[in-house]
Every structure is written in C-alpha cells, then in structure tokens.
Write a protein that binds this ligand. Sequence first.
Ligand code: GDD
Ligand code: MG
Length: 360
Amino acid sequence: MTEAILLVGGRGTRLRPLTVRTPKPMVPAAGVPFLTHQLARARAAGVEHIVLATSYLAEVFEPYFGDGSSLGLHIEYVTEEEPLGTGGAIRNVASRLRSGPDDPVLIFNGDILTGLDIRALVAVHESTGADVSLHLTRVEDPRAFGLVPTDATGRVTAFLEKPQSPEEIVTDQINAGAYVFRRSVIDTIPAGRPVSVERETFPELLANGAHLQGMVDSTYWLDLGTPQAFVRGSADLVLGRAPSPAVPGRCGDRLVLPTATVAADAKLTGGTVVGEGARIGEGARISGSTVLAGAVVEPGAVVTDSFVGAGARIGERTVLTGTVVGDGAVVGPDNELREGVRVWCDTRIPAASLRFSSDQ
Ligand code: GDD
Ligand code: MG
C-alpha cells in the first residue's frame, strides 16, 4: 500500500468552538499543525502519495504542506465546490490514484489521533481478501460514532452510523475512521453527488454481500471533535502516549518550542506545550495545556488542561481549568475560569471580574 486519501472537509462546523482563527486541522498539536502527525504516521507506514480531499479553507493546507516533499511524501489537493460528504469526497479523488484495481488504498478521517498500526490493518486486509477493512475501537459511549458489529472472524455484520434508539446500540465497537479500500471498490461509489460512506456506502456494500473486515484494537485513539479532546491529544503527543514521528523534540513532561521564554521557576508538566515566542512568567504553573505562539502567561497564573490561543494573554494569578482562550484574547489578572468556559478571540476580561462558585 503506497497511496492514501485524507478527508479534511465537510461543513467545518466544529472549528469555531475552538475559538482559534486557524482551521482545526492546522491548529498546532504538540507544536505542529495537527495534520502533520497524520501525514507523518502514514509516511512511516509506507505511504508515498496522499490526496487531501478538502471542501473548505483548502487554501490553508497547500501553502504549508506544499508538494509534501518535506515529509517525504507527494501530496495532491482536491477541493470540492460543495461538500460531497465522506463517500463523495473519496469518489471525487479517484482519478488521482495510481494504484491498480486490486491494490489497497488507505483512507482516513482528518480529525483522529491514533496509534493504529497501519501496516497491521493492511495485513488484515490482504490476508482476509476483504473489499474494505476498517479500524475499530471500543468506547464507553458509542452514540456519537458509527457502530460496527462483527462476527467471530471479525467480519462486519452491520454499520449503524450515529444510532438514534437504544435498540440500535448493539456493540461498543465503533468505526475509528481509518479504512483500507480495494481500489476498484472506490469506483463503485456514485460520482458527482454527496455520498456518506458511513450511511450509504458501507450499508450498501454489506447488503450486496461485499466483505467488510473489522480490525479491533486497543491502541491509543482519540476523536479531536471537542476543544477539550484537542488539548488532551496535544498533551498525549508530548507525553509520548500518542505516537507520532512529527513531534518536534523529545517526548516528555513538556515541549517548549524554540524562541519561547519560560521563567526559571515556572512549572510546566503533564505534556504542556509552549509555542514559538510565547512567554511564561515567574511562578506560573501550567499542566496538560496547549499555549500557542506568542501567548503570554503572566507570573503566578495557574493553567490546567486548557488551551491558550495565539497571542492571548493570561493575567497574574489567574486560574484556568478546562478552559479555551481564543487567539488574541486577554484574561486580566485575578480571574478564575473553569470547566467548559470558552473565551472568544480578541475578547478582553478585566482584572478580578470572574470567579467560579458551584454554589453546592
Ligand atoms: N472532503 C470532505 N468532504 N471531507 C469531509 C466531508 C466532506 O463533505 N464531510 C466530512 N469530511 C471529513 C471530516 O473533515 C472528518 O475528517 C471526516 O471526514 C469525518 O467527518 P466528521 O464530520 O468528523 O464525522 P464524525 O466525527 O461525526 O463521524 C465520523 O468519525 C467517527 C470517528 O471519529 C464517522 O466516520 C464515524 O463513523 C466514526 O465513528
Ligand atoms: Mg469527527
């Protein structure tokens, strides 16, 4: 397998809640745009040619990744005029593939951080002779995902996207968003209209007797659909829990990018990453958090499991826990922001104006 399709389009409705100006696939996780980790992992598994299927803000990808040569890849970009859905996006780039009809093609969602052994998925695909092989993972609450029950041999018996009723929750195995397709199967997806691979293609293939094979494993897996998950994922990359050849530096408790300045007695732990040109003041304590380029965390601030956007400023003694602070926002000194708070880009919160009390 030497070719892959990476899906990074759609309506993009989940970008805005991160309150950063950058589209989410390009928001730095462990110091580099998130997409870099997926591209580097594909390369490490032997992929040489990747088609990026996009439908929004496509112009941000190409200037950064170019022809892919800096990652040892050849990357092509295809932009849909209107979002074609996951299946439509795959079909829409079929003409760019160079593989033969029986060759395996890797396809993956652009918002997943995973330690999937890609070569193992290809090996399962080849040894079972499947039409499509899917990476499956187990989650506690499968409702937001595609449910994929399998038989004793791992063969997929149904595909239920986002089950609506309790009766539909027949398994805790979900579609982890990485597939190996036999090249010729891609051509059977209807062209020129929106198609959901999850709601249309997979159920139809199953109804027609095609062989869909599941590979369940318990490797690291995280859907970066929420800002909290994004912060978690970035910290796990820094800590080395989520393996990626693209982490710029050694894995450990913290990652401080060149040109960032950190006061000698500031404490950075739990996979915290400090972006270029960011400044961390004396006595600040930052744990499990992402601080983007040019942000300032003033002395004595305590930042936990939070996201501090590019150029944002966190005032002295301010406490942030599970908070997202948008690019350019200023949270003045002596504030306390907790679980789930999102401060929009460029907002200004005056000194000592917010306190948290659960009134329990
Ligand atoms: N090019 C293109 N065009 N890409 C798209 C489009 C489109 O119209 N629609 C979605 N995508 C891309 C998204 O950017 C994302 O990378 C991927 O396809 C999946 O779309 P999401 O919108 O993130 O779907 P989801 O998270 O609700 O569900 C999917 O992922 C789950 C795992 O995280 C499904 O594949 C589920 O079955 C799966 O369990
Ligand atoms: Mg998703």
